[in-house]
Ligand binder design. Sequence first.
Ligand code: GLN
Length: 553
Amino acid sequence: MPKHIFVTGGVASSLGKGLTGSSLGRLLKMRGLRVTMQKLDPYINIDPGTMNPFEHGEVFVTDDGGETDLDLGHYERFIDEPLSRNSNATTGSIYQAVLAAERRGDYLGKTVQVIPHITDEIKRRIKRLATDDVDVVITEVGGTVGDIEILPFLEAIRQFRKEVGRDNVCYVHVTLVPFIGPSGEQKTKPTQHSVTELRSRGIQPDVIVCRSEEPLSLNLKRKISNLCDVDERAVVNAADARNIYELPLILHDEGLDVVVCEVLKIDAPLDMSPWEKVVAKVEAAQTPVKIGLIGKYVDLQDAYLSVAESLRHAGFQHGAKVEIDWIQAEEVEGLLAAGRLADLDGMVIPGGFGTRGIEGKIAAAQYSREELLPCLGLCLGMQVMTIEFARHVLGMVDANSTEFDTTTHYPVIDLMVAQRDISDKGGTMRLGAYYAVLTPGSKVHQAYGEAVVSERHRHRYEFNSNYRNRFEASGFLCSGTSPDKRLVEFIELVDHPFWVGTQAHPEFKSRPDRAHPLFRDLIAAALQHRAQRTSADVHPADFGVPAETPIVA
Ligand code: GLN
C-alpha cells in the first residue's frame, strides 16, 4: 500500500511548501521509490485556468490538458515524473463533484454536509493517486494553517491517517522562523503558534521544516522540539539556498528524508550522486549570457516560472549563467529607440492572451529578425513572429491575429479548430499534449533529433494554413505540423542563426538535468551572438560550448 506524506504550511504564504515537497520527493526517488505528487488548493475556482497570471502566476499544463497550479511545475522538475490533471484539486472542483452527486441523488436523501461529504471527496482525490505503481504520494495542502477555507482539508488529512494506519502517513509542517531586527534574534513564536493551530485540528506534525534567512542554531531547534513536541532530529532547517536545486541536498544534510523514512517505516538506501552532479553543474554555470523576456506580466515573474527555469536549465547545460532581462512588452518600442536592447544575447517571446503589449512584441520580433538576434517564440510568441514576418517581409500591412483584429485583411493567425461555446471560459482551448511531425533538416528537427515530438498546448488560435505557401516562398519555414498536416506547430527562418517559434509550450518539459532542446539551442545561439558582439575581449572557446548529453541517464 502506498505511503502518504502531507505537507502543510504555517505563519506565512509563499514559504516554499511546493519546493520543500518537491525536494523531499526527489530524495525519496533517489532511494529508488516511485513517487507522485499533488496539490490541494483551498480556493473556489474550478482550476487556475481562468485566473489572471498577475494573481496566481503561471498556469502549468499537464500532458492530459489539466490547467494546474504552478507548484506542479516544481513537482515535475524535481521528481521528473509526468503528472496529470488529477494531481491538482481545488475547493471549487471538490464542491462541483459533490453537488453533481447530490443532483444525481447519489446521497439518497441525506443532508449533504462539509463533514462527511466534502471531506470524503477530498480523501477520494488523495486516494486516486495511490495506485499500484506508486510507493509514496506527497500531497501539499495549499494556503496556510489558520485560514478559514483550509479547514475541510485539514480534517480530511487528519481522518486519513486513522483510515490507512499510523505507519502509512507522515505530516510535514513548513513554517517560518523570522529574524527580528531590533532584538537581533530569530523568533520561534510564530512556529509555536502555527503548530498549536495545527494541533487544534487534531494533527500533530511528525516533522517541522523551518524556513529561515540564516541557519538555525541547535538551541533554537531544541526549543522548537520541546515546545512543539517533535523529535529534535525532526526539526529540519531550510535556510535560504543559493539556488532552488540545492534544496534537496540541504534538506538531506538536515536529515529530512531519514526522519520521514523512519516515520513511514521505509527502508531503502539513498544514492545522492545523480542530484549532486546536477547541483555541481548549476554551480559551475558561470559564463554570462543575457536573455530578454518580452512579456506582459513581467511584474510578477512567477507568471513565466517555467520559461525562466527552462532558460536556466539550458544555461546549466552550456556552463552559462542566464541573466533574464524582464522587458515589459508595452515599453519595447521606446527601449528600441533608446538602443536599450543592444546588450541582449537572445530573446524569448512567451505566451499570453489579450491585445495589450502585442505591438511591442511584434517590434521585438522584428528587431531580433533584422539584427540576427536569436529569438524563441512560445505560443503567442510564435504567432507574433508570424504577424511580424507577414507585415514587414510579405508586405501584408495590417496582418494580424483575429484575436486582436477581426477586420484585418490578412488573418495570418486565426481560429483553425472548431470552437465550442466560449461563454464558458474554462477548457475551451486546445489543451495538453499533441504530436508534431518535423521537417527533416530543419533547425527544429536538428534540435530534437527526432522526427515526431510531443509538446503541451494551451491556445485557441493557430497559424492560418491558407498563407503557408506565401510564407514558405520567402524563407519562412513551417518546420513542424500536426500529423494530419492541418496545423502548423513550428516555424523558423532559414537565413537566421536562430529565429524559431512553436505553437506549443516546451517550457513545461524542461528539466534541470535535461534542458529542453529548443531552449538549449537558443542559449547556444545566444552564446555565439555574445561572442561575436564582444569578440574584442573574449576568447571564442569560452562560448558556444556544444550541447551535452543529459547529466542523468
Ligand atoms: N492567445 C493566444 C491563443 O489563444 C496564445 C495563447 C498562449 O500563448 N498560450 O491562441
